[in-house]
Design a protein around this ligand. Structure first.
Ligand code: NAD
Length: 326
């Protein structure tokens, strides 16, 4: 029995994750799901967004399917996702972006950098410590190099011209690339944000620090039609969490307008992680075929609702199941 923890979270997380869960249940009837409540909604109700029992529940699963959580810009509120990433040591955030003529994977360091959580507000200034450790840089560089080794080359997104922490990161990534015999080049992150839009075909695997990776993947979402399209994996040594790149989108929450593709593709990444590439590919195929039939949500110019798009994907999977059963 494979056990999946499901955190719908807030906003559209509550709409897209039920679709992704139905897709998983359709292709893998052996999967068991259990709900874990975390996020701003829980904080409003109980005064706690994510407790120690939440982390324990997540640790008990074979993998985690996560929606999105609202994080208010309140210095007293601790980001749920950052807590989970730190506690489960989910150090590698892998974000594939595929389209016509390009196939990019952004590998973002996920536990330190500007999201180290080491911050203080003083009387007339606020400080955030940007931690870039040797251990953190080596392990993310190894993940990126292993991916690049199977593919073509590595780009190291950095701002080493300004930040000492980034010259440190860049040097370590170069060392790891040399060790793995992976061709690599360095690129300043600001120039990279523009060039990835102008020449996406030039990029293969991109490794970068936490906040740069966060921003770069939202920029790159433009290449594929927006945030509703991008899935991600958060991988550590023992645990793994799969989530759409987008947030809780309060502007469209509860309207059945959210694109569930990012969530469904995150479910496909979860299948791949659990050693089931056949069903992962089938889920991707179901999404592609549904869009090719002209069914899409409003962000892609269509009229389908979140649930209706999900129904069409499930219909494809059901037809595929019947064909295979013949
Ligand atoms: P967002 O990703 O929620 O939304 C940005 C824009 O993209 C919005 O206009 C939204 O409607 C649109 N969008 C996002 N996902 C979509 C989808 N699936 N289908 C169609 N349109 C979609 O980012 P934001 O507005 O900056 O943040 C909203 C909240 O989400 C904040 O509280 C933020 O902290 C949180 N957030 C959470 C995560 C996460 O949980 N992983 C990530 C980013 C932001």
């Amino acid at each position: 029995m494979v056990c999946i923890a499901v955190v719908e979270g807030d906003g559209i997380g509550r709409e897209v994750i039920p679709v992704a869960r139905r897709v998983l249940a359709a292709v893998r009837p052996d999967m068991e799901f259990f709900d874990v409540e975390a996020g701003y909604g829980r904080w409003e109700r109980t005064g706690e967004a994510c407790g120690s029992e939440t982390i324990a529940e997540l640790r008990s699963a074979d993998a985690i399917l996560f929606g999105a959580v609202t994080t208010p810009p309140d210095p007293g509120y601790r980001s749920v996702l950052l807590q989970i990433r730190h506690n489960l040591d989910l150090y590698a955030n892998v974000r594939p972006i595929r389209g016509d003529g390009f196939d990019i994977v952004i590998v973002r360091e996920n536990t330190e950098g500007l999201y180290s959580g080491i911050e203080r507000i003083e009387e007339d200034r606020a400080c955030t410590v940007r931690v870039v450790s040797r251990k953190g840089s080596e392990r993310i560089a190894r993940v990126a190099c292993a991916l690049a080794k199977e593919r073509e080359h590595l780009t190291i997104g950095n701002k080493a011209n300004v930040l000492k922490s980034d010259s440190f990161f860049l040097e370590i990534c170069r060392e790891e690339a040399a060790r793995a015999s992976v061709p690599c080049k360095a690129m300043y992150i600001d120039a990279l944000c523009l060039d990835i839009l102008l020449h996406p075909e030039r990029y293969d695997v991109i490794v970068t620090t936490n906040m740069f990776g966060d921003i770069l993947s939202d920029v790159a979402a433009y290449l594929v039609g927006g945030l509703g399209m991008l899935p991600s994996a958060n991988i550590g040594t023992r645990y793994a969490l799969f989530e759409p790149v987008h947030g809780s989108a309060p502007d469209i929450a509860g309207m059945n307008r959210a694109n569930p593709i990012a969530a469904i593709r995150s479910a496909a990444m979860l299948l791949q992680y659990l050693g089931d590439p056949v069903h992962a590919a089938l889920v991707e195929e179901a999404v592609g075929s549904t869009v090719a039939q002209g069914i899409s949500t409003p962000d892609l110019g269509g009229t389908a609702g979140t649930r209706e798009f999900g129904d069409a994907v499930l219909q494809y999977l059901e037809t595929a199941r019947k064909v295979n059963a013949r």
